[in-house]
Design a protein. Structure first.
Ligand code: SF4
Length: 454
């Protein structure tokens, strides 16, 4: 089958598998007592051996990028910073009470929204308070998402002094027409300055997020964005497919759908990126991520140490990811919990001294096993089957695997599966063969919730 036929065949609504079971299968009104108990038990088992990861969701942005699917609050009023940080610290204290020992914090990620909306002084006082409660190993990995338009030298220096060594910049697209239609006016000079500042200060890894499939993108415009981006030698690039989900992201309803590249054009944009990254010495480490060979992400991929969670690909293997802030998601390996999605409700919970979790899922043994298959495929491009799952696999998974194998995307037998080089562009589809919820509940939640694979 030709590449284009494959694209058309597999361009269906499919999750990104940053969790399994995926969010639409989680339960509203999670049992908070059970969540706390699960967190406490997992913490006791894994803290001293694996450590834990922290994610802080910092939701404010000064203007709305119309493509954005993140949980954010648009405001230019910076007086919101203090109240939000106070709430985050109260949430942290609630979790500290569940920890019988000091947490060993291997990983911190500041995401958003725009973390650099917050002043360096606020970030310093907030993070210093958190870190005073923690043990931080030498090989920790602290990172932030920086907006090229408002990341200052002082932001970068403050966070560097607190142990941050990785910064990820949202570049998205450098073309002025595309930037105009997505309402993200960001001169390339800003990206260049922010990158150079990070390097001068001593950051060891700079990541760029780029998006393909945005309105008005063409091959020529994309080539220019890629050339400019590659000229700055980011250590990693996340080259994401634009997820068009106007039913959940209101800003996307402002797009003229005629301006969006079709699935074949979109795949051509991706293939251009893949080719240009390869020519520039980047390795494809899986689901839309490229890294230079000296970067930790590449080394972890080579050594089969990659892990994937809500923060995307990571090199740290902590069982517990504790997410704090509005809409943040936590993962204990055997349970997920998500905080309230509105700032108003989040503040109400915190004000009442109640944990703000509103939704979640407790995994069964079967869920944990099938999650493992999906993680193995997305992080290593291969997996081994447990013999006692063969009945389930034959019923739900093998029919799809047989189709994927016929198209040359995988090789499999009863012992396991390996993704072929052509299959690497279809990892989401391959993972979906192991999504028992999808197969048992076909055509309901998933097809009306997720973006298309390409
Ligand atoms: S893309 Fe980033 S900066 Fe733009 S609105 Fe979304 S979260 Fe804010």
């Amino acid at each position: 089958m030709s590449d284009i036929s494959l694209v058309n065949k597999y361009n269906v609504a499919v999750p990104r598998y940053t969790s399994y079971p995926t969010v639409p299968n989680w339960k509203e009104n999670i049992d908070v007592h059970r969540w706390k108990e699960t967190f406490r038990q997992q913490f006791e088992i894994t803290n001293l051996t694996d450590g834990i990861s922290l994610y802080f969701h910092l939701p404010f942005c000064e203007s709305l990028c119309t493509y954005c699917g993140c949980n954010k609050k648009i405001t230019t009023n910076h007086s919101v910073e203090s109240e939000y940080i106070t709430a985050l610290l109260k949430e942290w204290k609630m979790y500290l009470e569940l920890m019988p020992q000091k947490p060993v914090v291997r990983e911190i990620h500041l995401g958003g929204g725009t973390p650099t909306f917050f002043s360096p002084e606020h970030l310093r006082s907030f993070l210093s308070t958190i870190l005073a409660d923690c043990i931080v190993p030498d090989d920790h990995d602290f990172s932030l998402e920086g907006h090229p338009n408002n990341t200052t030298r002082q932001h970068l220096q403050t966070l560097f002094d607190l142990g941050f060594r990785r910064v990820s910049y949202g570049v998205q697209d450098n073309n002025p027409e595309v930037q105009h239609v997505i309402n993200r006016i960001q001169p390339f000079e800003n990206v260049k300055n922010a990158t150079e500042m990070a390097r001068e200060i001593g950051y060891t890894s700079v990541n760029f997020d780029l998006i393909y499939g945005l309105p008005l993108q063409t091959l020529e415009r994309m080539r220019k964005t890629l050339e400019q981006s590659i000229s700055l030698r980011p250590d990693r690039v996340a080259f994401y497919s634009y997820a068009h989900v106007p039913w959940t992201s209101r800003g996307q309803r402002l797009f003229n759908e005629q301006d969006l590249p079709g699935s074949e054009e979109k795949m051509a944009l991706y293939l251009l990126g893949q080719e240009m990254f390869a020519q520039a010495g980047y390795e494809d480490v899986g689901m839309d991520h490229f890294a230079l060979t000296g970067d930790d992400l590449y080394i972890a991929w080579q050594e089969n140490r990659l892990h994937r969670n809500f923060m995307g690909y990571t090199t740290q293997h902590t069982k517990i990811l504790l997410g704090m802030g509005v809409s943040a998601i936590s993962d204990t390996g055997n349970a997920f919990a998500q905080n309230s999605k509105t700032i108003h409700d989040y503040y109400q919970f915190i004000g009442l001294g109640t944990m703000p979790v509103v939704k979640g899922y407790f995994l069964s043994e079967e869920d944990e096993a099938f999650r493992r298959y999906i993680l193995d495929i997305s992080c290593q491009g291969k997996t081994l089957f447990a013999p006692h799952h063969l009945t389930l696999l034959k019923q739900f998974t093998f029919p799809m695997l047989s189709d994927l194998a016929a198209d040359g995307l995988i090789i499999y037998d009863v012992s396991g599966l390996v993704v072929t080089s052509s299959g690497r562009n279809f990892i989401r589809n391959i993972c979906s063969a192991f999504d028992l919820y999808l197969h048992r509940d076909q055509d309901t939640k998933v097809n009306s919730t997720f973006s298309k694979a390409i």
